[in-house]
Write a protein that binds this ligand. Structure first.
Ligand code: AMP
Ligand code: AMP
Length: 226
């Protein structure tokens, strides 16, 4: 029988596409920290977690796989559900450094499970669930934004600062240019909301960002009290 090369070729292409879609590679992570004062100071407001008001420090929003072209994958593996038994010994640090501020008041599980399912499952080629949360907590220890900003005289005192002064201070303090995202308070003031640092695919080393997120910041940025 004559081999059907066209059929075999199509089969090969299909197999290649299947491998591509399973491995879901990515280029780098955004490690995103959030100023709780800015999350709460909006029209929508916030709810403190059941453990009480978080400390006045930056908290973790997430560790997000991204592509160099500015796009990103999400919800990569519906079969990989959030399993709190894998991170039971990390919970007290997560409550401290990764608190949930959405309403109604929550113990964090809903927020962490959302972050794992939307973003973490896209990094499974590099980090399993435990490693994903452990790595993110370690990054928070490495990048102490509040200390860096305070050292530069930039404090959460409801004062206004330029985007450049905030960005320069973080560049001085970490060695890398951050992405800065602002939101607006109910009086429409632009305020410091989230800081993006780029991290290599292993989750251990800061890198220069291949692409920066949209800042949405005005000229003068308020650093709200919390
Ligand atoms: P935004 O509309 O910018 O507030 O983003 C809403 C949500 O989209 C974020 O909370 C993220 O979950 C997701 N998102 C935005 N930008 C990125 C990004 N560069 N990488 C991964 N997720 C993102
Ligand atoms: P992502 O899609 O990963 O950014 O997450 C976006 C969702 O997380 C949105 O529904 C946000 O309102 C929510 N979110 C952002 N920051 C927090 C926070 N500190 N606590 C709870 N939910 C948050």
């Amino acid at each position: 029988m004559k081999p059907n090369f066209s059929f075999l070729f199509k089969l090969l292409i299909l197999q290649y596409l299947a491998v591509l879609s399973i491995s879901q590679e990515f280029d780098f992570f955004y490690f995103v920290q959030q100023w709780p004062g800015a999350y709460c100071d909006t029209k929508q407001s916030c709810c403190y977690p059941k453990t009480g008001k978080p400390s006045a420090d930056f908290s973790i929003h997430g560790l997000w796989p991204n592509y160099n072209d500015g796009s990103w994958p999400s919800n990569c593996d519906p079969d990989s559900v959030f399993d709190k038994s894998q991170i039971s010994d990390l919970i007290s640090n997560m409550e401290k450094d990764w608190p949930s501020l959405s309403c109604p008041s929550s113990n964090g599980m809903r927020f962490w499970s959302h972050e794992w399912e939307k973003h973490g499952t896209c990094a499974e080629s590099e980090l399993d669930q435990r490693e994903y949360f452990e790595t993110t907590l370690k990054l928070k220890q490495k990048v102490n934004l509040l200390r860096i900003l305070k050292n530069a005289g930039i404090e959460p005192d409801d004062g206004f600062y330029t985007l450049e002064s905030i960005s320069e201070a973080i560049k001085e303090g970490t060695g890398f240019t951050p992405g800065i995202e602002c939101n607006r308070d109910s009086a429409r003031n632009s305020q410091l909301y989230q800081v993006y640092m780029c991290v290599d695919t292993s989750g251990s080393n800061l890198i220069e960002c291949p692409v920066l997120p949209r800042s949405k910041c005005g000229e003068q940025i308020q650093f709200p009290k919390f």
